[in-house]
Design a protein. Sequence first.
Lengths: 141, 585
Amino acid sequence: MRNNLFLLSIGIMSLTLSLKLVAQTDHPMHLGIFTTEQANRGEAAYRSNCASCHANDLRGNSNSPGLVGMSFLFLWEQRPLAELFNTMRVEMPTDRPGSLSTATYLDLLAFILQQNGYPAGDNGLSATIGDVPSILIVAPP
Amino acid sequence: MRTRLLPAFLCLVLSCLESIAQVSLRDAVTDELLQSPPPESWLSWRGGPDAWGYSPLDQINRDNVDELRLVWSWAMDDTGSGEAAPLVHDGIIFLPNPRGVIQALDAKTGDLLWEYRPGLTAVADEANPITADELGDSAMSATAYAGVGRGVQKNIALFSDRIFAATENASIIALDANDGTLIWEQRVADPALGYHYTAGPIVANGVLVTGITGCTRYKDDVCFITGHNPDTGEELWRTSTVARPGEPGGDSWGDLPLRFRAGGDAWVAGSYDAETNLVYWGTAQAKPWARVVRRTDGAALYTNSTLALDPDTGDMVWYYQHLPGESHDMDEVFENVLINIDGNRSLFKIGKLGILWQINRETGEYIHATDLGYQNIVDLDPDTGNVRYRDGMIPRIGEQLNMCPSTSGFKSWRAMSYAPELSLLYIPMTLNCELATFGPVEQVLGGGGEGPVRRINIPHPDAGDDLGEILAVSIPDGEVKWRYRSRPTVNTATLTTGGGLVFAGDWDRYVYALDAATGEKLWQTRVTTSAQGFPISYAVDGKQYIAIPAATSGASWASMVPRDLSPELSRPRNGNSLHVFALPD
């Protein structure tokens, strides 16, 4: 009985792991949701508009949170990518919220995703991402 | 005869005028002058070396302040957060702008006399300025906006015939106070490691003393305060604000190696007492903020402490750690107000928790503390000054805390002031709380930082709809004499004057004067954007002026808290400026 339960739990864990791998592999953020060109433009915009608070390496400073790695995932994992984009667009930069163009906000999001290790793809981020609550942020591949 | 004398007379007059003009630009500031500043001046960032934020001038007073009107204003650079602490000497205002710009203005008329722009202004032959090539990737973009950190320039210092400032690139500079020429630039730390300055130097016994910030990352170095020769910039000493392994206090970080001992940022300028010959400087909390995240529950010396340093050697004569093992981002780094009272040579300080401390500034011994009653994180033993975290209030990773204040604090860099006539301190507060969930950091070189916090700003349960408060607190007993409350956050330091007034301003663009004895509002007007910075008072040709900065951005009080908790209020996104008021002629 105990052995059966053990095997059953191993089976469930394997199934969960498999589903997670499949889910992550098929996740839009793992398939390339922004272009390299967007991320490159985003780097320049980041330097001008974000780095003095979030730091050149995106690791944050003072009350400005880190935007990469463990910090990014702690703040954003399992939350909609749309929420991240809309937060950027509505609240950032804190001193001039909403003052950048939509294209620049998209470039900045692309840069943040790139710096977190998400792959670039052929299709660029578009403003419709803000209307798609179903894409939840997952860890990079 | 008359004709022959006229040229000589004119020559004499012109010579006199020329002489006056030269003296007004070249009257050297001595140690003695800094210790006993003339009433018409504002020679140190808080007026005098004791950081009272007090002007003895009384031409503007309770009886006539309602006649106050704008004399001139000046648009400052809109390149970031303005937290300006202007200085005044011989009728000239020296004004720090964001991104390292410093201007000299005629304090009576607002005419520009000179300005220093890093990389653009003339430099002396031996100045050796930092270049963009030298900075490489650690350079801030020329168009970058100084938000809440790098690029902010709060205070500058005046000594001899020079202006001294500390830069976004972790260097200290000296300017000729006559024309703004860069005389020297001294590299202090590597900005690629995160180091930068937001607070400027003070002058103590002829030594420039400056505290660095940006000490949050894991690296093979720790935060520090330095002393420099004002003639050359040469570094005379460097005192760590973090106890190193194997040194006294080093075991207060457990077994963490040096590279994982972060924080202790010294991001607010200190005070100096010539009689004790000690510099008093605050340090910020350990990083990452939460104990569980930084992986030690030790006291983490010398973070969140007041340090007493010998300005000639940098020796730490004493320290007082206000919150050992701090765990919520509750800074105690702020201004050190030096007051002799009831026979005690005291130092008063208040941190984000809203606990007012009285320390013996000769010995560092605890005298008294008053919990002003808004925080819910610690219990204070008033007999000993010891604090104990309340049950359940030490953060755990991923568990939400309902804490008051928020990580913005009740009190921040907006300095309190002192009215010696009434023995009252005037403390600008923001009343707020937070649902905070602390998260982990990577313990690797280059990692660390404060640690992520999922934060939701919420109102304080005792504040009603009001976010702003000025507390008038009597010392040494800590009794609250009156409270001025406002819906918007109080967004400036306070200024007290011999006219019995307290000046301040709020996020909603109002600047005002309160009766220092009662808190009654006696005058107000509105400025370009949020009042923000350090109001000052000075006099030229026998006329008293009040100068109040306005600015955008400026740490979380001026951005996140108003955005979340007073969304019906709005302000322009630009408008950094200085506004100067006086009575009608």
